[in-house]
Each structure stands twice: as C-alpha cells, then as structure tokens.
Design a protein around this ligand. Structure first.
Ligand code: APR
Length: 307
C-alpha cells in the first residue's frame, strides 16, 4: 500500500501541493476542505491528469477526516489568504481558529504524522499547530524560507542573466517584510553575488524579495500559489523520501541563532524524522542584528494569539 499525504485546504495553494505530490507518484493524496464538493472536484481533476502526465497516485477529496487516517505527512493550507493592502499578520485571528481546528481533527486520525504548516501568518500558525497537536518540534514546522529564497534566486538570476539553477541563496527570519536575505551566503555558480552585482542593486533586490508576496497580491488580488505550492511539495518530498535536504524552513528554535522559544526561518536538515537538525551558519554582525529584529516582529504577532 502506498503511504498517504493529506493536504488540508483545497484552495489555490492546497491544490498545487496536491498535484505536485501526486506527480511524483510515491504516495496517495487526500485533500480536505470545508466547502462541499470542492475537494472531490479537485481530486477528480488531478486524477484525470494522471493518464496524460504519467502518474497513478490515487487522489481523494473529502469534507471529513476519516479518509486521512494514517497519513505520514499532513500539510495545512486551510485559512484565508490576504487581499491587497493587507499584511500577513492581519490574518492572525481568523486563521488561528481555522488552523487550530483542522490540526486538532487531523492529528486525531494521524497521530504519527509530520505537520507542515503553510497558512499565514506562518510563524504564528506554526505555534498554533504545535500547541494544539502537542507534537515534538521535529514534527511541526512551516513553509516560508524555500519560497522567499526562490524569489530572491529568481531576481538574482534575472539580474546576472544566469540560470536560476546556478543561484544559491538563503533567506532567513520571519515570513514577513523583515525577513533577512543572507547576501553573504548568495553565490552564482560559486561566485559571491557581491562580486557580480553592485551593492545598490543588491539592496533593491533584497527589498523586492522582502515584499515579494505583496507584489503578487497587488497583481492578482490574492496571494501566490505556484511558488508556495512547489516549495511546500519540496518539503513533503524531503520527508517522505528521507532526502536529508538542507532547506530553509520555519523551525522551533531553542537557542539556535540566539532565539529561544520561537518559530522562525532557518536552514534545517529535512528527512524522515522531520527536522533532523537546525543548521547554524555564521552570519555577519549586520545579518545577525536583522535576524533579531525579525524575531521581535514574529514575537509581536505570536503575542496576539489567544493561547
Ligand atoms: N477546514 C478546511 N478547509 C478550510 C477551512 C477549514 N476549517 N477554512 C477554510 N478552508 C479552506 C477554504 O475553503 C479554501 O478552499 O481553505 C482554502 C484556502 O484556499 P484559498 O482561499 O484559495 O487560499 P490559498 O491561496 O490556498 O492560501 C491558503 O496559505 O499562503 C497561505 O496566506 C495564505 O493563509 C493562506 C493559505
């Protein structure tokens, strides 16, 4: 029997994750949503792409949780996305209730699952999922860093007229406007970006990255899904296939990077055990200061949570 991945929320991000996972063909996928017929319709559509794209994973849609029983990974995308003019933090009260409720129901059927949170405000929603589930920190974490880093990599690749595949970069901190692009760790084909792009241009790209989600919201009237969905699927693959990938994820920190008792984006090693290691890299003094400022911003949002 194939193992099972559950995706909660059949909206734009959830359906993208579900299809990316189905396409890799190593697990069956269950999609859950409160809207009647929606997850069933999305599941049917994804199944019917299988003969064309060449995958045979079984995708099931449901308005309940029975079908999700025994999932190895549960992805939480349920919640409201932001609209133009809103920050991710504006979603906190609404999404706290939704993330709390879906986590509770999902873990009742999959007590050994690894939880990957995508709903925003991401860092705070990870706290909700951890508190509600009572799972160890290794099995509750969030998607933000791969997406933010992908945005940074895209801009650097365009700027240097290089392939995105050759741009290595890292974006850390909270998933908000105070995220930290680690310029010192950014290279194009191994060459430090600071040798290829002027300081002023780098600063502009860092700024565009930090506001990258908002740029898409302004264009679309809702938040992004292709890049967030692909980033989340990459995390699912790393866990399901025990890949030991080193990827930026939102992890619960207990002293690493000088941050204690807070979810924030850092590089981690992802495998079957979930977060198997928080990878600590040397930051410049300036980057360390920015990271602390980002932590302060996350702490403020976490302080708004009702529990
Ligand atoms: N249980 C299950 N599904 C729910 C619940 C719930 N209690 N509440 C809402 N949903 C579903 C909605 O019915 C909807 O189909 O979550 C889905 C959200 O989908 P979209 O509105 O398309 O939002 P999306 O763009 O997918 O973003 C989802 O991810 O990136 C973040 O900020 C984004 O918090 C948002 C989340």
């Amino acid at each position: 029997m194939r193992r099972k991945v559950t995706v909660i929320g059949a909206g734009m991000v959830g359906r993208t994750v579900a299809q990316e996972v189905a396409r890799r063909d190593y697990a069956d996928v269950v999609i859950v949503d409160i809207v009647e017929n929606l997850p069933q319709g999305i599941a049917l559509d994804i199944n019917q792409a299988g003969p064309v794209l060449g995958y045979e994973a079984n995708v099931v849609g449901s308005n309940g949780y029975e079908e999700t029983a025994g999932s190895s990974v549960v992805v939480v995308t349920a919640g409201v996305p932001r609209k133009p003019g809103m920050s991710r933090d504006d979603l906190v009260t609404t999404n706290e209730k939704i993330v709390g409720s879906v986590t509770e129901q999902a873990i009742a059927h999959s007590p050994d699952a690894t939880l990957i949170v995508v709903s925003n405000p991401l860092d705070a929603m990870c706290h909700v999922a951890k508190n509600v589930s009572g799972f160890p920190k290794e099995r509750v974490f969030g998607q933000a860093g791969i997406l933010d880093t992908a945005r940074f990599r895209t801009f650097i690749a365009r700027e240097t007229k290089s392939s995105v595949k050759d741009v290595q970069a890292l974006v850390l901190g909270g998933h908000g406007d105070q995220m930290v692009s680690v310029v010192s760790a950014t290279t194009v084909g191994g060459v430090p970006v600071t040798k290829l792009v002027s300081r002023d241009r780098i600063e502009e790209i860092v700024e565009r990255t930090a506001k990258g989600g908002g740029e898409v919201v302004d264009l679309l009237g809702t938040s992004a899904w292709y890049a967030p969905g692909a980033a989340t699927a990459q995390m699912v693959h790393a866990v399901m296939l025990d890949e030991k990938r080193v990827l930026p994820c939102t992890a619960y920190l207990e002293g690493e990077y000088g941050v204690d008792g807070l979810y924030m984006g850092v590089p981690v090693k992802l495998g079957a055990g979930g977060i198997e290691e928080v990878v600590e890299l040397e930051l410049t003094e300036d980057e360390q200061t920015q990271l602390q400022e980002s932590a302060d911003a996350v702490r403020e949002v976490v302080g708004v949570l009702s529990s």
